[in-house]
Design a protein around this ligand. Structure first.
Ligand code: 13P
Ligand code: SF4
Length: 382
């Protein structure tokens, strides 16, 4: 796996070490007091996988697609504190500071803060730009890359989004992957999908593409990702060998065990789960689809849900009229999302009040420009 870059952590006017020993009640009080001072100049965005105590401070919460729309639509704010992971904060920086937004604000940038720089994504780290560029060059020796559309899951570094922008490609999220693949097949013969093989495979299978037409590109193989020329020539979707360490923990035996123990139970999973689980689930859908499906279900419905633990626990709390179980017997939580806690939030926000923007995420102008091309294509797809 490529080593994730070590990002510089700001010292801040007030050191983080002052916040770590404080009790939650004190941190909550200080966060609220600081927010009052900042008013609408601050927007706190929170991904659904954040822990409850953090999500309670979010002005807006959503899945990856909704959060990018929220950043794109933001108006009054001058700072976004992003309670999520690094690629989400990068996307927010690109969208909130795109040229028309800067023109509306007389060139004033929105600063995006990631409260903990170690909140990365192991899936995003499985595809480094140098590996993707190398794969593209190798593919170009076998097939015509003018007919190959690169699609990156939003869970990827901005450099990969920029690669897609430069090469006629697009970004997708778990909620629009099918529409994005259709968009791609209207423009090319094949798709190169990274970094999540499972989302790519599960989505393409619903469109009638077979596993035989989806070679998995192993970036550590010396030649052609471990495939023959023929396999690449016959491909429709070339899948990158990446996965989400959280969603790959769900197994078919978990589904069978729940069905045996609770006849009539519905299995609801995220499409980052492996095909063997996705295929036998009752419903597969993005984080927002999972939420909407549970919200719309009649009282007494039984669910076993295969997605991040904090979201499933929140659904249990918010829907006591339904019986909700976590699909795995082991704890599958996103350890990097979990890095954002009240201490980091209080530290970021009090430094902001004191005029110091800590842990600022700012994508360089060229990468931002080409990433925006691919992101805008995505936002136009539906
Ligand atoms: P969505 O928010 O698009 O459902 O993605 C899930 C995820 O893994 C976020 O990191
Ligand atoms: Fe990355 Fe998976 Fe965590 Fe999402 S849940 S941030 S894909 S590791």
């Amino acid at each position: 796996m490529p080593i994730a870059p070590v990002l510089p952590v700001s010292p801040g006017k007030f050191p983080l070490s002052d916040y770590k020993p404080l009790a939650n009640a004190e941190l909550n009080r200080r966060i609220e007091a600081a927010r009052k001072q900042l008013g609408s100049r601050l927007l706190i965005l929170g991904h659904h996988y954040q822990q409850d105590e953090v999500i309670e401070h979010a002005d807006l919460r959503g899945d990856s697609y909704q959060l990018s729309q929220m950043a794109a639509d933001s108006k009054d704010c001058r700072t976004i504190i992003f309670c999520g992971v690094h690629f989400m904060a990068e996307t927010a920086d690109i969208l909130a500071n795109r040229p028309e937004k800067l023109a509306e604000r007389a060139d004033q940038r929105v600063s995006v803060i990631l409260p903990d720089m170690a909140a990365g994504c192991s899936m995003a780290d499985m595809a480094a730009i140098a590996q993707v560029e190398d794969a593209w060059d190798q593919l170009g020796e076998v097939i015509d890359t003018n007919e190959l559309i690169p699609v990156t899951y939003i869970n990827s570094a901005a450099s990969l989004k920029a690669f897609c922008g430069k090469h006629g490609g697009i970004v997708c999220t778990s909620s629009n992957a099918a529409a994005v693949l259709e968009w791609s097949f209207q423009r090319g013969k094949r798709v190169f999908f990274f970094p999540d093989q499972h989302l790519g495979r599960n989505t393409a299978l619903t469109m009638g593409i077979t596993n035989a037409q989806m070679p998995v590109w192993n970036p550590y193989e010396e030649e052609l990702g471990g495939h023959t020329d023929e396999a690449i020539e016959n491909s429709r979707v070339i899948l990158w060998q990446g996965h989400c360490s959280v969603h790959q923990m769900f197994r078919p035996e978990h589904v069978h065990q729940f069905r045996e123990k609770h006849p009539g139970i519905k299995i609801l999973v995220h499409p980052e789960c492996p095909q063997e689980v996705n295929d036998i689930a009752d419903i597969s859908g993005s984080t927002s689809k999972i939420l909407k499906t549970v919200e719309a279900a009649p009282p007494g419905t039984k669910w076993a849900i295969g997605t991040e633990l904090h979201l499933v626990n929140r659904l249990k709390k918010e829907h006591p009229e339904q019986e909700i179980f976590f699909l795995s017997p082991v704890v599958c939580m996103c350890a990097t999302m979990y890095r954002i806690d009240l201490a980091h939030l209080a530290w970021s926000i009090e430094n902001l009040v004191a005029g110091e923007v800590v842990n600022k995420i700012e994508v360089d102008p060229e990468t931002a420009h080409y990433s925006l091309v691919a992101l805008e294509r995505m936002l136009e797809v539906r």
